[in-house]
Design a protein around this ligand. Structure first.
Ligand SMILES: [Zn+2]
Length: 209
């Protein structure tokens, strides 16, 4: 990708859209009504709309290093609040990916400077699931499993918020944990059994909704 080609690419993109539908941008400018909030990794290989095959207007997107849902991160919490309370999405997805540099970095004993507090949240996921992870001898298998468990814990972090608890009660909002496999291009639904996962922690995080 060459930065000087971007505007030319944009012109061909506009032409392509208008060729199929002359009213495309007029319709797009009328507003958005997405049904899904997607929280994914900033990794340049893990696109959001492209890998799901969805068009502009269909998915509300937030991306950060290692698809984290951190309760004191005003950015992700604002996105979540807006998507759930105002856009009224019915699905919230956390999508991780194998070969995630953020997860890999959190497995090393290395001082990453300003990234330390962010990556510390992934180390906490490791601590919670230490017994399972330490039992995996193969390093790349362990790495893949930590990617999956990180997605699961970020889904649990979503369920700890008042917005999500309220929307689950009021309209049956659903939380989904997915992993994108860069090696095959496949999007995998982890089919997390939230009832099972939340059984022991529900009483602690219940905000009364
Ligand atoms: Zn990543």
């Amino acid at each position: 990708m060459k930065i000087q080609n971007v505007f030319k690419n944009n012109e061909s993109w506009i032409a392509g859209k208008l060729e199929k539908d002359p009213n495309y941008f007029t319709e797009l400018s009328k507003g958005q009504n997405p049904d899904v909030l997607y929280i994914g990794c900033s990794d340049s290989r893990v696109t959001a709309e492209d890998l799901m095959g969805v068009a502009p207007g269909e998915v509300f997107v937030h991306r950060n290093i290692a698809n984290m849902v951190i309760s004191i991160d005003l950015n992700v919490m604002s996105v979540l609040n807006y998507a759930v309370e105002h856009l009224k999405v019915n699905h919230v997805v956390v999508c991780g990916h194998y070969f995630c540099g953020g997860v890999k970095a959190a497995m090393q004993s290395e001082d990453m400077g300003v990234l330390n507090p962010w990556l510390r949240n992934i180390r906490d996921v490791y601590r919670i699931h230490k017994t399972e992870l330490n039992a995996i001898a193969d390093e790349s298998e362990k790495y893949n499993r930590l990617v999956e468990l990180n997605v699961q814990e970020q889904c649990v972090n979503l369920i700890k918020t008042a917005e999500v608890q309220k929307a689950i009660t009021e309209r049956g909002l659903q939380v989904h944990g997915w992993v994108f496999d860069i090696h095959s291009g496949k999007l995998i639904d982890l089919k997390i059994d939230f009832d099972h996962v939340l059984k022991n922690i529900r009483e602690i995080y219940d905000l009364g909704h």
